[in-house]
Design a protein around this ligand. Structure first.
Ligand code: NOJ
Length: 581
């Protein structure tokens, strides 16, 4: 047993939240040590009975979040919005969506977090605005308007759009404005026109807005679609081959790094912020350029290779645990020598992880949710827990298109079933599993009507399984998924090795078990996760031997963890030093 490890405090006595420079490795940062919790406000907690989650509702749950052990909240867009894309269409960057509350509520949220030693990061949506934003209203009013150049306008070609770009949500990425006869670009919905980052006035407006929120006490930003802000020169037609994965094209704008460095220099420098970029489409190879500390751009990015494993766009495909392990290894190296990374299995745009990677049936639910929690929190990278993940919330059932809320799901339906290209059954089969709506059902607080989310009529269906899967029941059960998360988070916070230690996949070829080590100097932990619902006869490779169990979701002791790993068994173990093997 290593001397260093034995000096660490036991898990339950962990109290410190942030690194002290004296006892942490070089480049210790609060945002590397934190666990982040993502709040999708409209589905989190409703305080006024209108069926839509709001800021006072969230404030009422801060003690719960504190008890979970997370230190940072990532807040879904809180800005004034017509809600075409649930807030990712901003009408006014300096006002609060009245459905969510007031500026006073926002200030109370920041204060409430700070009182608890916690921090807030906000969503920054600056690739596009709402078409109801004042800038766009002005821009649309005619080519001579000073705001015309805030957006990307082009003449059409042969009675059609200027090029063959498609929107991520389906259909052309151009919308014709009848008054001027020109088209504007929108990578997402037509109500979400893309800003023209070539225009220095746009950049200055965005930077001023960022300073406004920083002055209110936010500690960083989750930057929405940030790698799309630089457009390709000439906006020429794309080949059919690349149109299969648009996101890989839209991230290749040549000025993206200039813009991010300019933003860093103008706004972020010397503020010690968490800045996480949504890097949908950015390859692992291209990632160090975004996250290298020496380059001063972002502190970390979200890749989607893991959450999107087993699907092409929205269509479901086969996948294996070996595929997943290859992605885990690739992602781990993507941060480069001086960058950092994220760990997440869910967000508001992807299905529930227990339904995708695990087993949502009554038998597999608890064990598989804990197995996934082990992977999420014990990988290298800042873990992001999505609301409800900590109780193992599952996908919901959809009978037909009328059950969906999401603009993306409706777009997919219109562009397939709507034009007779695919059958309703075929599309429903995939949408059921992948739709973003799965992540947006109301938070399950208790077994009561509407799951304790609202006293009114919820804006979206509550999953009927809330009677069995809810916070109140799991809070009271020491063996619950929720309490397993609490222990995992404390364990990570108490062991520098689990934060800063290197990651190594020690068994890349095993078809069912994920086995990796986290190593810092002499300290080393083994993490084992049986990713299937069968007992696995498992022998550790390289003669490795378990010396101590730190945490195991089956409460196994050293003698009986191996060789028979139970279905979905997972845990964190201390290895015997080589001499003892
Ligand atoms: C990514 C966000 O996560 C998603 O919810 C949104 O629809 C698009 N960006 C457009 O803002």
């Amino acid at each position: 047993m290593s001397q260093h490890l034995s000096e660490n405090p036991p898990v339950n006595s962990m109290t410190a939240l942030w690194a002290s420079e004296a006892d942490t490795p070089q480049k210790a940062k609060w945002w590397k040590e934190a666990v982040v919790y993502q709040v999708y406000t409209r589905s989190f907690s409703d305080s006024n009975g209108d069926g839509i989650g709001d800021l006072p509702g969230l404030i009422g749950r801060l003690d719960y979040l504190k008890s979970l052990g997370v230190q940072v909240i990532w807040l879904a867009p809180h800005y004034d919005t017509p809600n075409v894309d649930n807030g990712y269409d901003i009408r006014d960057y300096r006002a609060i969506d009245p459905l969510q509350g007031t500026m006073a509520d926002f200030d109370r949220l920041v204060a409430g977090l700070h009182e608890r030693g916690m921090k807030l990061i906000v969503d920054l949506v600056i690739n596009h605005t709402s078409d109801q934003h004042e800038w766009f209203r002005q821009s649309r009013s005619g080519p001579a308007n000073p705001y015309r150049d805030f957006y990307i306008w082009r003449d059409g070609r042969d009675d059609g759009p200027p090029n063959n770009y498609l929107s991520i949500f389906g259909g052309s990425a151009w919308e014709k404005d009848e008054a001027s006869g020109q088209y504007y670009l929108h990578y997402f919905a037509k109500e979400q026109p893309d800003l023209n980052w070539e225009n220095p006035k746009v950049r200055q407006e965005v930077y001023n807005m960022m300073r406004f929120w920083l002055d209110k006490g936010v500690s960083g930003f989750r930057m929405d679609s940030i790698c799309f802000i630089s457009k390709l020169p000439g906006l020429r037609d794309l080949t059919l081959a690349v149109m299969e994965s648009l996101e890989h094209v839209y991230v290749t704008g040549p000025k993206i790094h200039d813009y991010l460095q300019d933003m860093h220099h103008e706004v972020l420098v010397e503020r010690d912020l968490l800045t996480v970029g949504e890097a949908f489409g950015v390859s692992f190879e291209d990632t160090p350029a975004f996250v290298s500390e020496a380059r001063n751009e972002l502190t970390m990015v979200f890749h989607f290779e893991i959450v999107r494993i087993g699907r092409h766009d929205w269509q479901v495909q086969d996948w294996t645990i070996k595929d997943l392990k290859a992605v885990l290894r690739g992602e781990d190296t993507s941060s480069g020598p001086d960058g950092w990374l994220t760990s997440f299995l869910e967000n508001h745009d992807n299905p529930r992880s227990v339904s995708w990677f695990g087993d949502p049936s009554p038998k597999g639910h608890g064990p598989s949710a804990k197995a996934l929690a082990t992977l999420l929190v014990m990988r290298r990278g800042t873990p992001y827990i999505y609301q409800g993940e900590e109780i193992g919330m599952t996908n919901i059932h959809f009978d037909g298109i009328e059950d969906f809320q999401d603009i993306n799901a409706k777009g997919i339906w219109n562009n397939t079933v709507g034009i007779g290209k695919m059958s309703a059954e075929e599309v429903l089969h995939s949408l059921q599993r992948v739709t973003r709506d799965n992540a947006r059902t109301p938070m399950q607080w208790d077994a009561s009507n509407h799951a304790g989310f609202t006293t009114g009529l919820p804006w979206f269906r509550v999953n009927p399984n809330h009677v069995d899967i809810n916070v109140a029941q799991q809070d009271a059960d020491p063996n619950s998924i929720l309490n397993y998360y609490r222990t995992l988070i404390q364990l990570r916070a108490s062991q520098k090795t689990l934060i800063y230690g290197d990651f190594e996949d020690v068994d890349p070829d095993h078809p069912a078990v994920i086995a990796f080590t986290r190593t810092l100097g002499d300290d080393q932990f083994l993490i084992l996760i049986n990713m299937c619902g069968e007992t696995e006869h498992y022998i550790l490779p390289h003669g490795l031997k378990i010396a101590e169990v730190l945490l195991d979701n089956m409460s196994a002791s050293v003698e009986n963890v191996l060789p028979n790993l139970k279905p979905w068994q997972a845990g964190i173990y201390r290895l015997a030093p080589p001499a003892d093997i």
